[in-house]
Design a protein around this ligand. Structure first.
Ligand code: GDP
Length: 197
């Protein structure tokens, strides 16, 4: 699945802009700066693919990529931006809600959590939204290289404990470092397994 081309398809700003729901898709969510673009780049083997999503004007869009021309990889807008105007936040929250509850081919959401910080209040909002939308989600710890093992163990425990309150959560975490390449193969095979089933 990841041996093929991954290409940027489009940025979506309204439900009417979604491509046809004709293939399996997975989405990535996380607070701004969690390392989402870097992880998508590492995952797809493209150096600057998800930079498309980080360019001004694209940050509030749902960005679609085609994986091997047969699956969609969806990059959701980073959340937790304190500076965004209320109207803008409201608009994308509405789009996000509509997307999560109205996309039958969405097989799994990957929620990225910074290994240094664990689950924060802004993350809980998206986890609750995923529960409400009945979208199965899996947590991915990012930047694992930035923390020492005992600290990482503590964060893993904190995240596991937080997940118990969320019925849509998979208990297994995927620990990654885009910097070191850690966990990337696991994430790839997780997505490939979903796509095949
Ligand atoms: P986004 O806003 O979630 O897309 O975050 P970015 O992918 O732009 O990453 C934010 C910052 O974290 C950048 O400076 C990255 O270089 C850095 N970063 C991302 N992933 C890793 C990682 O695995 N390890 C380390 N040490 N830094 C990372």
């Amino acid at each position: 699945l990841f041996a093929g081309q991954t290409t940027f398809l489009k940025g979506v700003v309204a439900m009417s802009g979604l491509p046809p729901a004709d293939r399996v898709e997975v989405c990535f969510a996380g607070r701004s700066n969690v390392g989402k673009s870097t992880l998508i780049n590492a995952l797809t083997g493209h150096k600057a693919l998800a930079r498309a999503s980080n360019t001004p004007g694209r940050t509030q869009e749902i960005n679609y990529f085609t994986l091997a021309d047969s699956h969609y990889l969806v990059d959701l807008p980073g959340y937790g931006f304190a500076k965004a105007p209320v109207a803008v936040v409201q608009k994308w929250q509405n789009l996000l809600k509509a997307y999560l509850s109205g996309r039958p081919t969405l097989r799994r959401a990957f929620v990225l959590i910074d290994a240094r910080h664990g689950v924060k209040a802004v993350d809980r909002e998206i986890l609750s939204l995923l529960d409400k939308s009945a979208v199965p989600f899996q947590t991915v710890l990012t930047k694992a290289d930035k923390v020492k093992t005992p600290e990482l163990e503590k964060v893993i425990e904190q995240v596991r404990a937080s997940l118990q309150a969320h019925p849509a959560a998979f208990p297994e975490l995927i620990v990654t470092s885009s910097e070191k390449g850690e966990g990337i193969a696991t994430l790839r095979s997780t997505i490939a397994a979903l796509a095949d089933s």
